[in-house]
Structures are given as C-alpha cells and as structure tokens.
Design a protein around this ligand. Structure first.
Ligand code: NAD
Length: 273
C-alpha cells in the first residue's frame, strides 16, 4: 500500500506493495527512476537492451539494496507484441501492475532531407508506439484496481522543436497527446497519466548525439555542449537522473493524485524562455 511516511519526513513516499515497470531502465534516466522506485520499496521490473552480465549485475545490486523484488524482462520494445507482453508477463508474475514508466527511447540527428526512413520508423515505434502498446496493455488492470500511474518520459522536445530532430520531436509531441488522452480516460478510475519533459540530461543518449550534432552543424564537440545543448538551458547544467527519479516518485504519491494530463518540464528553465 502507498502511504505517506510522516514520522520521518512529510515528503517521503513509500511504494511498499506497489509493482512498477520501468522501460529502458538498463541505462540513464530509466535506471535513475528504477533506483528511486526501488528505494521507495516498490517491486520493479527492469527492461532494456545491453550486455546480459551487466544487466544482471545492475539487477542484483538493486535487489540487494532495496526491500522489493527486482526482476528483468528483455522485451524489445520496437516490437508492439513485446511491448504488450512486458506488461502481461508482469501481471502474470506479480499479479498486477500499479506503475508503468514508459521511458525507453532513442534519438537520431539529421537534416530532414537526409533523414533515414528506417530511423524515422524506429523512433516512432519505440519513442511513441511502445508507450501506446504498453499503456494499452496496462490500462484495463489499473482501471479495474482503481489505482494506477502511467508516466511517460517525453522531453522538452515534446513541447518545442530543435532543428535536425524531426523524428524525435514528432514522436515526443505525440507522447504528450497520448498522455492527455490516457489521462482523460483514467480520470474517474484513479489512474493518472503524466508526461515528464526533461531538458538535457547527461546520459548515453545525449553522449551519442554530440558527434551527430557536431557533424550536422559543422562544429566541434565542445561547441555542441556549450553552444547547442546547454545554450538553451538557463541553469547551465545538465538535469540529473536523481532529479528525474524524485519527480517520478512524487507523481506516484497520493499527493499527486489530482495531477493528470500534465506535461511537466524538468529543464532548468528552458521552456520558460
Ligand atoms: P539511454 O540511451 O541512456 O537509455 C535508453 C534506454 O532505452 C536503455 O536502457 C536502452 O537499453 C533502452 N532501449 C533502447 N532501445 C530499446 C528497445 N528496442 N527495447 C527496449 N529498450 C530499449 O537514454 P536516456 O537519455 O536515459 O533516455 C531515456 C528517455 O528519456 C528517452 O525516452 C529519451 O528520449 C528521454 N529524454 C532524454 C533526455 C536526455 O537529455 N538524456 C532528455 C529528454 C528526454
């Protein structure tokens, strides 16, 4: 049961007894969110690609340091059937799903006239399609239980655009539309759905696009970091995965029960400009 632990801190949220899926949690933001939910006592299903030994080491480390059960599901979310099976497998294994964090995502940077069609298709399938297929599979069970939290990792690029990111910006704008729709459908059933919109977070996904951006703009790596990435972020620092874990935990709390359909920027002021 989710309770507020007022004895130690009014802001400490317990997720004891809750079952959470975090897609794309073998790395970066997803792993930061999985850590936060596990630390709050939730059972957590990890998902994502990567070296099996490294994933098992991460799973074991999380299991060692938290009270809940921590498992791993290898669903490849480019595949719609896998995205649904991630949820149905969890319900079979744990008896329910309370929290679904749709976080897995990829990026590709290119001028639109050269944008590879297969990259467009993959970005729509993973960044937008998987969020739909997993949410579709989870929604009925959450609705029947009268409680659920669906949290979609969108981006500031779900709210505004940058050049050379046509597929990503389109998919993330779609994620926010999907979020609002699920929120309306869940509003009377205790199921909230919100989008978290980070600015730049230092993760492998950002590292990977530095070289591509440098190439697309004809500038150096340092110029990409200082003049492109952090130029738009008034805080002049990267958002941390711990901050995104804390925001997600709050959205899972009872205090956030009336927050639904929101696209919440966590961007150091970027979209305030
Ligand atoms: P990351 O590359 O560090 O992690 C991505 C995760 O998705 C990994 O666990 C990876 O294994 C998983 N993944 C990739 N393809 C998959 C597939 N086919 N099936 C299942 N899992 C797959 O990226 P990140 O920076 O942590 O990004 C996480 C999310 O946050 C993404 O949706 C991204 O768009 C969003 N985001 C990131 C930033 C940023 O600055 N890093 C900013 C805004 C939004």
């Amino acid at each position: 049961m989710l309770t507020q632990n007022t004895a130690s801190s009014a802001t400490t949220t317990s997720l004891d007894g809750r079952v959470a899926i975090v897609t794309g949690s073998t790395s970066g933001i997803g792993l930061g969110i999985a850590r936060a939910l596990a630390a709050a006592g939730a059972d957590v299903v990890l998902n994502g690609l990567g070296d099996p030994d490294a994933i098992e080491a991460t799973r074991a480390e999380l299991a060692e340091s938290s009270a809940g059960r921590i498992t791993y599901n290898c669903a490849n979310l480019l595949d719609a059937a896998d995205a649904a099976a991630l949820v149905t497998d969890t319900i079979t294994d744990f008896g329910k799903v309370d929290i679904l964090v749709n976080n897995a995502g990829i990026q590709f940077v290119s001028p639109i006239e050269d944008f590879p069609i297969d990259k467009w298709n993959a970005i729509q399938a993973l960044n937008l399609g998987a969020s739909f297929h997993s949410s579709r599979a989870a929604f009925g069970a959450m609705k029947a239980a009268g409680w659920g939290r669906i949290i979609n990792l969108a981006s500031v690029h779900g709210l505004i655009a940058s050049p050379f990111k046509s597929a990503y910006v389109a998919a993330k704008h779609g994620v926010i539309g999907l979020t609002k729709t699920i929120a309306l459908e869940g509003a009377q059933f205790g199921v909230t759905c919100n989008a978290v919109c980070p600015g730049y977070v230092w993760t492998p996904l950002v590292e990977g696009q530095i070289e591509d951006t440098a190439k697309a703009r004809g500038i150096s790596r340092e110029e990409v970091i200082n003049n492109v990435l952090l130029a738009a972020q008034p805080s002049k620092r990267f958002v941390t995965v711990e901050e995104l874990g804390a925001v997600t935990l709050f959205l899972c709390s009872e205090g956030a029960a009336s927050i639904t359909g929101v696209a919440l920027p966590v961007d150091g002021g970027w979209t305030g400009q």
